[in-house]
Write a protein that binds this ligand. Structure first.
Ligand SMILES: [Zn+2]
Length: 89
C-alpha cells in the first residue's frame, strides 16, 4: 500500500520578529493513504483521522516494509496513532 507522509505544522507568533510574524514548527508527522484516483495525492484524512488539507507533504517513501514509515530525522514527531495503524496494516 502506498502511503503519503505529511507534516502538521504549528503556527505561532514569534515575539522576536515583530508582531504578525508566523513561524512554523512541526507539530507532528502523520501518514495518509495515497488517493487511488489522483496518483501521489493523499486521501482526505490521515490514518489517525485528521484532515490532510493544511498539512505539508514530506517527500519520503519507505524503502521497504521493514523501513520506518517516516524519515529518521523526523522520528521525534512521529504520530503514535498513525504509527499504530500502520503497524496493524
Ligand atoms: Zn496521525
Amino acid at each position: 500500500m502506498t502511503i503519503v507522509v505529511l507534516r502538521e505544522l504549528r503556527k505561532e507568533m514569534s515575539q522576536d520578529f515583530g508582531p504578525g510574524t508566523a513561524v512554523s514548527f512541526i507539530k507532528a508527522v502523520h501518514a495518509a493513504p495515497a488517493d487511488s484516483d489522483v496518483s501521489g495525492d493523499p486521501d482526505d484524512r490521515t490514518f489517525c483521522g485528521k484532515p490532510t488539507l493544511d498539512m505539508e507533504r514530506v517527500n519520503y517513501q519507505p524503502s521497504g516494509p521493514s523501513a520506518p514509515w517516516l524519515p529518521p530525522n523526523m522520528s521525534d514527531w512521529e504520530c503514535r496513532d498513525c504509527a499504530d495503524v500502520l503497524r496493524s496494516l
